[in-house]
Design a binder for this molecule. Structure first.
Ligand SMILES: [Zn+2]
Length: 287
């Protein structure tokens, strides 16, 4: 199956949908494209037979992928992104007006490519297609009934829930179990929010329509980022605390009021910064 694009560009740089008698080019490699206007597949542009695009991240598009992209405004779909330093060009599935990228991933990809895409797009989230029996069966499992707190479910044993290459990422990964079906029980979207701590992830569940509306009005992205910040704070806190403990500075000392010269010991600037972080955290959590 060849790569399908909904938008090509004309010589004067206009974005055009597939149509007859228009000379159009690939937004990445600039090679001429052919309009495919058949009855079976959604109309699309394709590279000529045997021509490979320089964007190796493009994969043959599935119905699932297409359906997702079309939930968002046309002007946000298939956006050409260029790294001005390296000259590297890729097409983001969806890019919002605030510059946030969403990638819809149907097929498995290598860890290396996941990392490259995250480095390239920076501000992004993934939606994974898990609409397959092996993954759907886990929906009612223990992974979705973990410990509950203000943030959502805390999720462990992620290795059973998603393919291994998606574990311990620092980006937000949203799980879609619907696939191409209309089954009501699979309509929720599950957002995995990393804690910054190995093997611990939070799960935030929301309705599909809320997910889409939330992306369109930009509130969901802000909300997810705030959640991530809040969720990661106690984990950062315990990391800091451990680092101090290793240097012989202990919790009971930190509960007391401090100045930089404490118990005849002078803290280094970085130790002092950590102590202040912890004191602020205590103040905040007590109030
Ligand atoms: Zn191309």
């Amino acid at each position: 199956m060849s790569i399908r694009l909904r938008f090509a560009i004309t010589k004067d740089g206009t974005r055009v949908e597939p149509q007859r008698d228009v000379e159009a080019f690939c937004p990445v490699c600039n090679k001429p494209l052919v309009a495919k206007l058949g009855l079976v597949n959604a109309h699309h542009w394709a590279h000529k037979n045997g021509v490979k695009c320089t964007d190796t991240w493009l994969s043959p598009e599935t119905k699932w992928h297409n359906n997702w992209k079309n939930k968002f405004p046309k002007e946000w779909q298939e956006i050409r992104c260029k790294d001005n330093e390296t000259g590297e060009i890729h097409i983001a599935d969806v890019k919002t007006t605030s510059g946030f990228v969403i990638e819809f991933q149907h097929s498995p990809i290598e860890l290396e490519e996941i990392e490259s895409r995250e480095n390239f797009y920076k501000d992004m989230l993934w939606v994974l297609d898990l609409g397959k029996p092996g993954y759907r069966n886990l929906l009612t499992s223990k992974h979705f009934r973990g410990e509950f707190d203000n943030f959502g479910f805390r999720c462990t044993n992620l290795n059973e829930l998603i393919p291994p290459e998606w574990i311990n990422r620092n980006s937000i990964i949203c799980l879609d179990y619907l696939g191409n079906s209309e089954l009501y029980e699979f309509r929720q979207i599950y957002c995995l929010i990393p804690t910054g701590y190995k093997d611990a992830t939070y799960l935030y569940e929301l309705g599909r329509e809320d997910f889409i509306t939330g992306i369109v009005n930009n509130k969901l992205v802000v909300d997810l980022k705030e959640r991530k910040e809040k969720i990661q704070e106690p984990f950062r806190f315990s990391k800091t605390l451990r680092a101090l403990n290793e240097k012989g500075i202990h919790l009971n000392q930190l509960n007391k009021s401090h100045n930089q010269q404490y118990q005849s010991r002078t803290y280094s600037e970085s130790e002092w910064q950590k102590i202040k972080t912890i004191q602020n955290y205590y103040k905040k959590t007590k109030s």
